[in-house]
Design a protein around this ligand. Structure first.
Ligand code: ATP
Ligand code: MG
Length: 366
């Protein structure tokens, strides 16, 4: 299947080439004068992967993957099960070697200088890797020592992270007694012990309850605000929507679309007004009302008695819809705005639904 790869929408031309302003400034022979902030439109690329290929036997996990993230931004790699997210993270964090392609992190070539690259990388995996018998605090201190931090620095950082991640009550219990959410937070804490400039988070919120997910989102946002570059993977458009400066949608090991959440959503028609039509009311009447209210065709799922239409703005839409449906004699069981799901993004971009992501679809529609 051939899919054109490119940035979506109209605002995607942000120039993230490293060093252009610096170069121009140096050529002006006033390099000793700091570059005025108004000229600082470029940000250094902290993650750059080009043409990554990786096969496991017959499985082509990556087929020419390109990714890049500018300093202090959050790049979300969004894709269904098996898209190649973990493989990409493993390559960028030096845990796996690609068959072809290049990758740099914080300006270091990860393939040629893996040890140097590891000094600049923090990683929290899809499966938290903790020493079960050590306490949370001991786990953090041990990681700090592995990074060769002096003991007192390791202990201070561990205490600060325990505080920040609200693990005070559990800090001195063995990790094996931790809940899923606590493990995730501790794992992220471990990734931050060395205060790396670049952090990789592979599905950091999978398995977390809604509260845990929100607090993880806050932590990730805080990290980026403090200048850390974050690459995180997810299967949830909602998560990408909330956190990403830039989203790379990947499928079958390559990027099939890239842009901001708004640009991606524009591609699938943005937000929709969705109603569930009461038993005994006419679906056709509902279709007419929604057709007049929205932009574009009305989608109807007969069995579920659900109808939806794309809208361009929230303003007054709900009130008008309720009033006009009522006037047309249509009883409504449920009404609301719904954002496109990952399934719809895929459908719009590739013309087919994502494979093996039924769980995700069910969760996002719910
Ligand atoms: N060590 C391995 N041996 C064999 N096949 C592998 C290995 N690692 C990954 N694969 C295959 O490569 C493809 C990409 O896997 P990967 O784990 O990168 O996907 P993912 O996007 O992280 O998926 P998920 O959302 O399920 O975590 C899949 O088909 C997977 O089965
Ligand atoms: Mg994975």
């Amino acid at each position: 299947m051939a899919v054109a790869v490119g940035r979506l929408g109209d605002g995607g031309a942000r120039d993230t080439r490293p060093g252009r302003i610096e170069e121009i400034w140096a050529n002006l022979a006033i390099a000793s004068v700091p570059i005025p902030s108004c000229l600082m439109t470029t940000r250094r690329l902290m993650i750059e992967a080009r043409g990554l290929h990786k096969s496991f036997g017959e499985t082509h996990a990556l087929r020419g993957l390109d990714l890049s993230a500018a300093e202090g931004t959050i790049l979300v790699v969004l894709g269904p099960n098996g898209a190649g997210k973990t493989t990409a993270v493993r390559i960028l964090t030096t845990l796996t070697r690609p068959d072809a392609g290049t990758a740099t992190v914080a300006g270091i070539d990860v393939l040629h200088h893996p040890a140097d690259a590891r000094q600049r990388i923090g990683v929290a995996g899809q499966y938290a890797s903790l020493d079960e018998l050590l306490t949370g605090r001991e786990n953090l201190v041990m990681i700090g020592r592995l990074y060769r931090l002096p003991g007192s620095t390791a202990r201070q950082r561990a205490d600060a992270l325990i505080d920040r991640f609200e693990l005070n009550d559990a800090a001195d219990r063995p990790a094996k007694t931790y809940s899923g959410g606590m493990r995730r937070r501790l794992d992220l804490g471990a990734a931050l012990m060395a205060q790396p400039p670049v952090i990789f988070l592979d599905e950091p919120t999978t398995g977390l309850d809604p509260k845990g997910r929100l607090s993880m989102w806050d932590l990730i946002e805080e990290l980026a605000k403090s200048g850390t570059t974050v690459l995180m993977t997810t299967q949830y458009l909602e998560e990408a929507d909330r956190l990403a400066d830039d989203i790379a949608v990947i499928d079958h090991g390559r990027v099939i679309a890239q842009g901001t959440a708004d640009q991606l959503k524009r591609q699938v028609g943005g937000e929709r007004l969705e109603i569930t039509i009461g038993e005994g009311s006419s679906i056709d009447a509902a279709r007419r009302v929604l057709g007049a209210l929205g932009a574009g065709p009305v989608r109807v799922v007969d069995v579920a008695r659900r109808a939806s239409v794309a809208i361009t703005s929230h303003q007054g839409v709900l009130t008008r819809a309720i009033r006009e449906l009522d006037a047309a004699g249509v009883a409504v069981d449920d009404i609301g705005f719904r954002r496109p799901t990952l399934d719809e993004v895929f459908l719009a971009i590739t013309g087919r639904p994502p494979e093996e992501s039924h769980e995700t679809a069910a969760e996002q529609v719910a």
